[in-house]
Write a protein that binds this ligand. Structure first.
Ligand code: MG
Length: 377
């Protein structure tokens, strides 16, 4: 997106988890002053490569490195798009440094959303959503009061399997699950999309971002993803955001907000698009959606537990340890066990407790997978 608008943006810093080969090309193209690499071994490797080149970019390793570049004096906007919870400290440091944040990392908002939003309010910092559905809601809400919202309807592409029978779902392989009909995304989110957990996480995200209670958030499967979400107001009027399904569009909106830049991407023509279809999701076939709702209702640390359980279960599915329909079973078991083993602690949203719950859920998920769900090959 920035490549298309060289006069509008300049990149101060870039970061990655471990894909330093991709980062090297980006350093050459965008000439940042600093880079952060989460994996310390890869950070060292990159520093060596750069010392032999003309680049003046300094390399900062680990989560501390990320936090350091996120609050650098010359930065005015931080794009948070590193999946997982390791970038929490960096986002908090950017907020405290009064940077505007464009956030794509839904795991962070789901697990730690209350803390992040409270810190942002305290610092008077704006957080803009990058997720296409949340961007749609944000766009429909411009100039409106949250009290005027009667309902938010999150649309879901449905992933590749929403039409399959429960029986067929059992035999889904990793390569089936990684074939998404609309969006090209990372492995974790593609599997989440197939289990509909992605939409469950977005229900929590929507509630955290906009302060909308769970009961006011609905989900509809909308194959093709032309309508990115809908907001219905108390007067019975619905506003929807419609655009070609291309992540660069919501990214451009967030980075140019409150202005709109002329598009360089494909424009959706409704007359050529064909049918706009909306279908109620089957909660029995896709229980992850129901688990996400109950985690949001339970509150406290439970969304963090749900999220951590899901990350571990998806990882186990991708490495062939469990089947596709075992993913929700693992998550359910971890959530049930969490309710059983803890008492008052789970109600709090202190950072320390949330991090503890996250760690506990990861270990518990691995234990559940080891003892009960390893596929019988
Ligand atoms: Mg999304």
């Amino acid at each position: 997106m920035i490549r298309g608008f060289p006069g509008e943006f300049s990149v101060y810093a870039l970061s990655c988890r471990h894909n330093t080969d991709l980062l090297l090309g980006q350093i050459e193209e965008f000439r940042p002053e600093a880079v952060a690499v989460l994996d310390p071994v890869k950070a060292k490797y990159l520093a060596k490569r750069l010392s032999r080149s003309k680049s003046r970019a300094r390399v900062y390793p680990g989560a501390e490195g990320l936090a350091r570049i996120a609050c650098a004096r010359w930065v005015d906007t931080v794009v948070g798009a590193l999946a997982g919870v390791e970038s929490l400290a960096a986002i908090l440091s950017a907020i405290r440094g009064k940077k505007e944040i464009a956030l794509a990392n839904k795991e962070l908002i789901v697990g730690f959303g209350e803390i992040i939003m409270a810190e942002a309010r305290k610092s008077g910092v704006r957080i803009l959503p990058l997720d296409s559905e949340l961007s749609a809601i944000f766009q429909c809400m411009q100039g409106k009061d949250a009290g005027e919202i009667e309902r938010v309807i999150l649309t879901a592409s449905g992933g590749p399997f929403y039409k399959l029978s429960s029986n067929k779902l059992k035999n889904i392989t990793v390569s089936d699950a990684l074939r998404h009909p609309v969006w090209k995304m990372g492995k974790k989110i593609t599997v989440d999309s197939a289990t509909l957990m992605n939409k469950g996480l977005e229900v929590i995200e929507t509630s955290r971002f906009f302060g909308i209670p769970q009961e006011k958030i609905d989900v509809l499967i909308h194959p093709g993803s032309a309508v990115h979400s809908i907001v219905r107001f108390v007067d019975g009027t619905s506003l929807a955001q419609i655009a070609y399904p291309d992540m660069r569009i919501p990214i451009q909106f967030a980075l140019s907000f409150p202005h709109r830049l002329k598009t360089r991407y494909r424009v959706l023509e409704l007359s050529n698009w064909g049918k706009l279809e909306f279908i109620r999701p089957d909660f029995k076939k896709f229980p992850c959606l129901a688990y996400a709702r109950s985690a949001l209702k339970e509150g406290g640390c439970m969304p963090a537990v749900l999220n951590a359980g899901d990350e571990e279960a998806v990882e186990a599915f991708l490495s062939g340890m469990i089947g596709f329909t075992d993913i929700p079973k693992v998550i359910k078991k971890v959530m049930d066990n969490y309710l059983r083993t803890t008492h008052d602690a789970r109600r709090t949203t202190m950072l320390k407790r949330l991090l503890q719950a996250d760690r506990w859920a990861r270990e518990e998920a691995r234990r559940v997978i080891e003892t009960g769900f390893k596929s019988r090959l």
